[in-house]
Design a protein around this ligand. Structure first.
Ligand code: SF4
Length: 377
């Protein structure tokens, strides 16, 4: 099976919400802001002394506390976040920024505001279509958030500050795209789990520190590394938020090599640069956000299908795994449409339901093994 090395440096960042890089930034007077969805623009939470952290629940064992407020049909991502909000795991955060991405997140937002009561909390509206009207709406939403952040944390959020944050974002994205492009190779120097470790680390630490301390050196070492060999099928993973690379490790232990992904904590939509059009920086951020290929968007299914097909062709993908959290409405409809579309296009598809916390490894191994065999690999 493909060997992976040099990745342990990312483990601390992934396994600990308050990891060494976060502590280093906080010791330097910077403030971590937790956010819940890729429709909350990280770049707006990266201005001045603020830095964004995608809310994750590494090591969460159960949801006894959050089950008091959230019924079991609420997705386990939301219940895990609330559990961490109630048990003090996130007390180091300066605030939370959520959005109305779905009914589950709406319910979580209510409970966070009234029970967790972080020092700062803001809920962004989340629109379901991308039109000139909804982009203008998003600009207003982001302007309101910018004013609240500026007043509460005493940071200057003007065009220059936003341009600087956009430049940092694009610098990071270009570094990550270099790594992402290596996955197109027949024998890439990293596995899918390696790549997801780096992607997850990028959501769990200040990106400038991650780039400076770990990533640049890692990119150099990748160039010299021997390519991955001995895999049976090239796979792509689609779906909802997934921030535990062990999930992909198990897929790869069964003979797959994950060479592409489309899920909201992965490379698509995570690694899209913000345009440098001659527009107001807040509008460019709004357009960048609204253009993200998310299952909850009602008007861009064809664009998303096309983008998935493009990745399949460019990365020579043999089969696709569509994974989703149980009870996730957005992914249920999207998963059905995507599976039908891909099967009609002759691409083998495996659909998997899962919990936020890695579980059912045995069943996962069996299903992935059967899937790879069904492709004659
Ligand atoms: S995984 Fe699905 S149900 Fe859960 S918060 Fe995300 S979109 Fe909502």
């Amino acid at each position: 099976m493909p060997e992976a090395n040099g990745m342990a440096v990312f483990d601390d960042v992934i396994d600990n919400s308050r990891n060494a890089l976060v502590s280093e930034a906080m010791d330097a007077g910077r403030i971590p802001i937790g956010y819940t969805c890729s429709f909350v623009p990280e770049v707006l939470l990266s201005v001045g002394k603020l830095f964004p952290l995608r809310l994750r629940a590494p090591g969460v064992e159960g949801t006894e506390l959050s089950d008091i407020y959230l019924p079991p049909i609420i997705c386990s991502y939301c219940r895990s976040l609330l559990e961490c909000g109630m048990n003090g795991h996130y007390d180091f955060l300066g605030g939370w920024v959520l959005n109305f991405s779905c009914q589950h997140m709406n319910r979580l937002s209510d409970v966070v505001k009234n029970v967790v009561k972080p020092p700062f909390v803001h809920v962004l509206d989340a629109l379901h279509t991308c039109t000139e009207h909804t982009i203008a709406w998003m600009v207003d939403e982001l302007r309101e958030l910018a004013e609240k952040l500026s007043n509460h944390f005493d940071v200057t959020i003007n065009d220059d500050a936003l341009e600087s944050a956009i430049a940092d974002h694009n610098r990071f994205v270009s570094a990550m795209q270099k790594i992402g492009a290596l996955r197109k190779l027949e024998h890439p120097p990293l596995t899918g789990a390696d790549f997801q470790k780096i992607m997850t680390a990028s959501l769990a630490a200040p990106k400038d520190l991650l780039l400076g301390r770990l990533l640049n050196e890692h990119i150099d070492s990748l160039q010299a590394r021997q390519g991955v060999d001995g895999y049976r099928a090239r796979l792509m993973v689609l779906g909802g938020a997934m921030d535990d690379p062990r999930y992909i490790e198990i897929v790869e232990e069964m003979g797959g090599l994950v060479v592409g992904d489309h899920f909201c904590t992965g490379s698509v939509p995570g690694l899209n640069p913000i345009s440098d059009e001659s527009l107001d920086p807040l509008e460019r951020i709004a357009r960048h956000t609204m253009a993200k290929p998310c299952p909850r968007m009602l008007d861009s299914i064809d664009a998303r299908l096309g983008s998935v097909k493009q990745t399949i062709e460019e990365h020579q993908v043999d089969g696709v795994i569509i994974q989703q959290l149980k009870f996730c409405d957005s992914m249920t409809y999207y998963g059905m449409a995507m599976a039908e579309y891909l099967r009609e296009a002759g691409i083998p598809v495996l659909r998997l339901d899962r919990e936020y916390r890695l579980s059912g490894e045995g069943q996962l191994r069996t299903r992935v093994q059967a899937f790879i065999e069904s492709m004659g690999k």
